[in-house]
Design a protein around this ligand. Structure first.
Ligand SMILES: C[S@@+](CC[C@H](N)C(=O)[O-])C[C@H]1O[C@@H](n2cnc3c(N)ncnc32)[C@H](O)[C@@H]1O
Length: 343
């Protein structure tokens, strides 16, 4: 199986993680909060928010609070409920949003549970409508750059990769639990075609405990020319991260919960970074915009389906060349937007 996946930005897999010159990242309390994560497509998100009615925007992937701060800075009629399942992200965002304490609230939760989160924060939301939900998917730069989290092959660290480090299975535990076929399937679904079986065999047999162990096993499983072409370790790390954090199911539940929470004319704004995620978002919004109608276009709709949303446009919004030059992470960003229709 060949891959059409657009990979999340990581540096060259070969040997970087071994480099002693890389400085471990600081904990959020010692970081300039702006350094935690440079958000993408900020102007586009702010413009969309300026057109929303007065109410609450749920930032379902708060991260370091960059998007939330931009919304609060520029759109006086909005308040923000920020959600993240990573304690370090919530701490960084809390520090960034102190000046907006009366217009913001931070919740510890997964966006898969958005309905419950909104109900639990009813005292903050009050009678205000939820006029927007923002989902900026994937991991933050801080998560990738923190050597202790095990997200990156650039640092040798325990093989963890959990966004919520307080619960669930680490990547090392997942590798020890899943079957050979499940591992191969995981790698293939995330873009590793040719060497998926060889990698799965070597990694399962080697039982890696650290990111360094994993890189060595992956490198040992693929021929040298394939290693030189790079990206094999990137794909394996991304596949494991997605599985450890149950990202596919979380996204499915998160999209539905977000749409259910929106008031009529509210906007669902989703930024994704790889093709699997973008396909899921596109198809979710498309189904809403057609009301689930699958009548042949040449016949017109005869099934009576009722559209539930209108979408910004068929293609995703991309970052400008200028933004990509100043923030390489923006290169793979795809923004899709849908507005809930009044019924
Ligand atoms: C790309 S970062 C968001 C950055 C943020 N927009 C900013 O301006 O700093 C993605 C964030 O979403 C969080 N996240 C990912 N999946 C999540 C989920 N299912 N529920 C809650 N937070 C999640 C991650 O922990 C990470 O902090």
């Amino acid at each position: 199986m060949t891959s059409s996946i657009t990979l999340e930005i990581e540096r060259s897999p070969r040997s970087l993680w071994r480099s002693p010159s890389l400085t471990p990242s600081q904990p959020p309390s010692e970081l300039m909060v702006e350094d935690y994560h440079q958000p993408v497509l900020v102007d586009e998100i702010v413009k969309l928010c300026q057109d929303l009615a007065t109410g609450v925007v749920v930032d379902a992937t708060l991260g370091g609070g960059g998007h939330a701060a931009a919304i609060l800075d520029n759109v006086a009629h909005l308040r923000v409920l920020g959600v993240d399942r990573d304690a370090e992200a919530r701490a960084a965002a809390a520090s960034r949003l102190t000046q907006y304490a009366n217009r913001s609230r931070i919740a510890s939760a997964s966006f898969a549970d958005l309905g419950a989160v909104i109900r639990a924060n009813g005292d903050f939301i009050g009678d205000s409508p939820v006029v927007g939900v923002l989902m900026d998917l994937g991991v933050s730069s801080h998560q990738l750059d923190d050597p202790s989290r095990g997200f990156s092959f650039r640092f040798d660290a325990p093989l963890d990769m959990r966004m919520d480090a307080s619960t669930g299975e680490t990547a090392a535990e997942l590798i020890a639990r899943i079957s050979q076929d499940e591992f191969v399937q995981l790698l293939r679904a995330n873009g590793e075609g040719r060497y998926a079986r060889a990698i799965a065999t070597a990694v399962r047999a080697g039982r890696p405990a650290t990111t360094g162990d994993l890189v060595a096993l992956v490198e040992g499983a693929v021929p040298i020319p394939a290693r030189r072409r790079g990206n094999v370790a990137t794909r394996v790390f991304q596949a494991l991260r997605i599985a450890v954090n149950d990202e596919e199911r979380q996204l499915e539940d998160g999209l539905q919960g977000a749409f259910d929470a929106l008031a009529p004319e509210g906007a669902l704004m989703v930024i994704s970074y790889h093709s699997g995620e973008d396909r899921a978002v596109k198809s979710f919004l498309h189904e809403l915009s057609t009301g689930g109608c699958h009548c042949p276009p040449e016949l017109g709709c005869v099934c009576g389906a009722i559209p539930l949303a209108r979408i910004l446009r068929a293609s995703a919004v991309l970052a400008s060349p200028g933004e990509i030059a100043s923030n390489p992470r923006a290169r793979s960003a795809r923004l899709r937007v849908g507005w809930k229709l009044a019924r």
